[in-house]
Ligand binder design. Sequence first.
Ligand code: C2E
Ligand code: CA
Ligand code: CA
Ligand code: CA
Length: 279
Amino acid sequence: AKRNGRNKAQFYRPEFSQKTQEKVVLGQALRQAIDHREFSLVFQPKCRLGNGHLVGVEALLRWRHPTLGLLLPDRFIRVAEHSGQIVEIGRWVLESACKAIVRFNKNRAHPITVAVNISPKQITTGALTGHIRQALEASGCRPAWLEIEITEGILLQDSKSVQETLSTISSMGVSIAVDDFGTGHSALAYIDRFPINVVKIDRSFTMSIDRDRRKAALVRAFVSLADALDLSVVAEGVENSEQVRLLRRFGCEIGQGYFYSKPMSAPALARRYGLLRGR
Ligand code: C2E
Ligand code: CA
Ligand code: CA
Ligand code: CA
């Protein structure tokens, strides 16, 4: 067993699974990841389903670990949430995303938005509002260019402080999207109580609308309900033209997924879309 320090040695006891050991190792490496500039963002286009024009991007986090190589969020976000490190990482993401979108929108007739994924911890620790304000100020990003993506779970808590935080953010002019919509428990029951602007239909629905009539019926119902509540709808995980056709028929206007583009670096995004007019 490795033993660099009293604390660590115990995690190499055989009764701990490989997964647990990996978590400990990653948790320690995460502490230096920001300072060592190991994080980066990639951007995935959100496009108008009708004409394919770019309307926004979602910022997705990547971690280039010195020995493990490129890690996707599924490998480390949960670890960072558990340890609380996600709050500082999330702050870095907000600042980097705002800087990137300012650069991107500089010479564009039609500015696009950037969406940033937010972990529940960022909200419940009370850090989010200040971090957003600082990210906007430091970059010169307009509030209207920033969108935050939160999950249904945080809304189900229905606490006064969550409500206040989201209201403050909303009144700053930043828009709020509910991510992975349809996978939570109460679906639309909460939406009235929070300042929500956008719902993002989860990939598990989009993926099967061209094969599963019941899933298609659900998506159609989500879209008309969202319309009635004046919310805009983004379908995530759009992979083929048949899905585009059906989504348009259901009244969904915006899509994101491999059909349009995989997530890409800022320079690649600028090469592909920088000179085109959006919308
Ligand atoms: P998400 O918010 O649902 O993001 C969409 C994920 O689906 C991304 O994976 C994206 O690459 C992938 N995807 C996009 N289009 C398609 C498609 O057409 N087909 C398929 N099969 N997949 C598609 P990624 O980048 O690995 O991110 C995974 C999750 O990690 C995200 O899910 C989000 O919940 C979380 N995440 C990513 N970046 C951050 C971050 O900065 N902060 C926090 N808190 N969470 C993040
Ligand atoms: Ca998301
Ligand atoms: Ca999502
Ligand atoms: Ca999803």
